[in-house]
Each structure stands twice: as C-alpha cells, then as structure tokens.
Design a protein around this ligand. Structure first.
Ligand code: NDP
Length: 251
C-alpha cells in the first residue's frame, strides 16, 4: 500500500496503531477497501472500522470532511469525487486489481426526496442520479480496480425492498430499488464472470445526519456489522442483498 505523500495526524496514528494485533495476524497491506462517500456518517465510520481491522483504506469525499482528515495515517489515502460526476472518478489513480473491496456508500434522502407528487423534476433527477445511476456508473468504471474474487458493495436500504415496502419515502425507496436492480445487472454482466461478489447492503437504521438521533443503531454498531459481512463475504459471486447483520433481505 503506497504511503507516498500522506500526512499523519494524532487521531489517524491512533486508528492505525490499533491495527497491530500481534504476530500471525494478517498484514495491513494485504487488503484494501475503497469507500466512496466517506466525509461523514456511515462512510466515515467504515473508514475508522477498516483501519482498525488492519485494512488499507482509500476514502473519497465530495466536500472536505474534517473528521475524515483527522484520521490521516499511512494506511489511509483520501481522494475527491462526486458520484454524480463521471469525470471526477474517471481517473482516480487506482491500479487495475488494486482493491479487494469497493463500498459505494454515497447517498441522499432529504425531505425534498420523499413524496413523488411534490418533488420537482430536479429533485427526482438528483436523487436518482445520486442514489442509483451515479453509484452504478461509478461501479462500472471502478470495477477493473477490484481484483478477481473481490467484493463490490453498494449502500442500499431495506426501504428499497419491494417485498418489504409499506409506503412512504417514495422517491428514496424507488432510488434504492433501482440501485438494487442496477447492481444485480452489474453482477450478472460484469462481476460474476470475474468471481467478484456484488452485495447490496442495508446498514440498519443508523444515527447519522440522514438517519437522525432517534435511529436504533450507532454508527459504530452498524459499521462493525458491515465490516463483518464484507470480511465474511468469501468467494460467493452470486448477487446478494444483505443487512448489517448478514441477514438476507427479500427483493
Ligand atoms: P449522511 O447524510 O450522514 O452522509 C452521506 C454521505 O454521502 C456523505 O459523506 C456525503 O458527502 C455523501 N454524498 C452525498 N452525495 C454525494 C455525492 N453526490 N457524491 C459523493 N458523496 C456524496 O448519510 P448516512 O451516512 O446515513 O448514509 C450513508 C448511506 O447509507 C447512504 O447511501 C444512505 O442512503 C444509506 N442508508 C442510511 C441509513 C441510515 O439509517 N442512516 C439507512 C439505510 C441506508 P457530503 O459530506 O459531501 O455531503
């Protein structure tokens, strides 16, 4: 894992130091994850969790994330990209087959993005581009950087399950159902032939800017579960829709 040009900070040193668990454990440089959309919330929590587990982490931010930069250390590389702007991730400087795992976490879900009758055409375009087509395009562009047998995960939601849906949050649900469909297509067409497993993840209801303070899970609880799911993903290359505890969700 290249460390050229990466600054360090006290918090980052601490996050990285917790990786060294003793002899016989896997070396940090052995596994690398790219987390797209890591400035705050679940994405930021995933950066911290994977660093603590000894992974090399490439993290991208759209806008400057102070808390992400506070984690700077040798094992963390920070890039900038916007999931709705293909030019911003066309050349991130990643090598073919460099990554074990990509997690496309970026997403939105504000009040403007709930009611199909009240949302403007621009609101609809924004949520569909940010939550569905942007992640799918980024996944297709970045797939060559995942090694054969690796994992591509997209941050979906249980609210995208048509089988589970009980109404409300119409646009958000639709965007995540579309993301599931697009991810399944990527799995069948591009990923399965290379043994890459595609997973649509539900992180639980999480205390973030999006989830709100009343959510049932802390970021730490959610990202621990997600990292367990990723580490346990194994060689399964069939498309999966899993929650943070590893439970299979219905489409
Ligand atoms: P937050 O609102 O706390 O964080 C969203 C993250 O996505 C930020 O880092 C934000 O960057 C980034 N982002 C938004 N738009 C873009 C973009 N166009 N390009 C790149 N990055 C972008 O949300 P959460 O952490 O709660 O959610 C993370 C993911 O989990 C989302 O996909 C969400 O839909 C999903 N999810 C969350 C649940 C919850 O309960 N919290 C439940 C189910 C799913 P910036 O700081 O620049 O805005």
């Amino acid at each position: 894992f290249s460390t050229k040009g990466f600054a360090k900070s006290p918090k980052g040193e601490l996050a990285c130091r917790t990786r060294h668990k003793g002899d016989g454990e896997q070396n940090m440089a052995d596994r690398t994850v790219f987390i797209l959309g890591a400035s705050r919330g679940i994405g930021l929590g995933l950066v911290e969790e994977f660093l603590a587990r000894g992974w090399g982490v490439v993290a991208s931010e759209r806008s400057h994330g102070d808390d992400l930069h506070a984690l700077e250390c040798d094992a963390l590389r920070i890039l900038t990209c916007d999931v709705t702007d293909p030019d911003s991730y066309a050349d991130l400087g990643l090598d073919a087959g460099e990554l074990d795992t990509i997690i496309i976490n970026a997403g939105i879900g504000g009040a403007r993005h709930q009611d199909a009758m009240q949302a403007t055409t621009e609101d609809v375009a924004e949520i569909m581009m940010t939550n569905a087509f942007g992640p799918a395009r980024a996944a297709k562009t970045l797939l060559p950087t995942v090694k054969d047998g690796g994992t591509l995960a997209v941050m979906s939601s249980q609210l995208g399950s048509i089988a589970d849906s009980s109404g409300g949050f119409e646009l958000y649900r639709t965007s995540k159902a579309a993301l599931n469909m697009l991810a399944k297509g990527i799995s069948v067409q591009l990923a399965e032939p290379r043994g890459i497993g595609v997973i649509a993840l539900h992180p639980g209801w999480v205390q973030t800017d999006m989830g709100g303070p009343q959510a049932t899970l802390t970021v730490a609880e959610s990202v621990k579960g997600i990292a367990d799911v990723i580490e346990g993903a194994g060689a399964e290359s069939a498309f999966r829709y899993l929650d943070y505890s590893g439970k299979t969700l219905p489409f």
